[in-house]
Design a protein around this ligand. Sequence first.
Ligand SMILES: Cc1cc2nc3c(=O)[nH]c(=O)nc-3n(C[C@H](O)[C@H](O)[C@H](O)COP(=O)(O)OP(=O)(O)OC[C@H]3O[C@@H](n4cnc5c(N)ncnc54)[C@H](O)[C@@H]3O)c2cc1C
Ligand code: FES
Length: 286
Amino acid sequence: MGNKIVRAVELAPRTRLFEIEAPHIAQRGQAGQFVILRVNDQGERIPLTLANRDPGQGTITLVFQEVGKTTEMLGRLQVGQEIHDLAGPLGKATHIPTGKTVVCVGGGIGNAVVWPQVQALKEAGNRCLAILGARTKELLILEDEIRALADEVIITTDDGSYGRKGMVTHALTDLIEGGEKVDEVITIGPVVMMKFVCRATQPFGIPTQASLNPLMVDGTGMCGACRVTVGGQTRFACVEGPEFDGHQVDFDELITRLAYYQPEERASLDSYHRCRLEAAADQLRH
Ligand SMILES: Cc1cc2nc3c(=O)[nH]c(=O)nc-3n(C[C@H](O)[C@H](O)[C@H](O)COP(=O)(O)OP(=O)(O)OC[C@H]3O[C@@H](n4cnc5c(N)ncnc54)[C@H](O)[C@@H]3O)c2cc1C
Ligand code: FES
């Protein structure tokens, strides 16, 4: 039996929130951990972060962006339908200090990961600031949920349609140079963004964790698909991460590895769209 979807919300164009029955994961999951799911028995396995969980209801929340075949198939599921299988919680939980000032810097879909991190940081007695970036206002997600938890929230949009115009890195640098005593930074979002966040904190010597998103297959440390280089060493993000010391991560290698299968991913999405069009045409004919 699969895992039933009990709530589905469209947060932004091509970005959905699903609340799913998964009592075991709801009990044990922690901020920073993820699940690997298959939409159907022939489907590929994709990792998604635990955005929230409700142990009382036995549900977990996933927030995902439709970027390819599997996330598009997932996005077509409705309340009451089931996800074929869902494994987790996987990976290591976010390192949560106590009594510190921590800035969480998220971008795009990464803001879904900032949400549980801010919650865990506040529960542990930290002062927590969140810098949330998006390309444009309509793509900004989970602002209200994060505002309800964080001590301060700074919004940036690339086009200036909401909050401060510009990059999250500028807001972070201004915060630090403005005298905010930042003990730690956690960043999650597009790889290029994380690279520059880490570059921004390095001169100030602020420890910075980056949550990496390499391609994953098994999620158990067996296949090597998720390998990343950290401090010159090969590390497996699924079991040793996904968070690593951002000042030690080889981000350029990660960017190259993420692009390896783009032609195959494009072909797979095109073929999925063709099959759907043919099925719709068949239905019209009969
Ligand atoms: C630990 C972990 C946690 C993640 N959590 C989330 C989450 O909470 N929400 C969410 O929306 N996504 C998350 N991702 C990314 C998600 O797994 C991918 O977007 C998904 O696997 C894409 O599958 P697809 O078949 O739809 O697209 P594919 O056909 O596999 O890829 C389509 C395009 O999407 C991009 N893409 C694919 N995989 C990734 C990736 N790992 N990172 C960045 N871009 C990628 C590439 O440009 C690619 O060409 C996470 C990844 C990891 C490793
Ligand atoms: S996903 Fe296979 S080793 Fe990490």
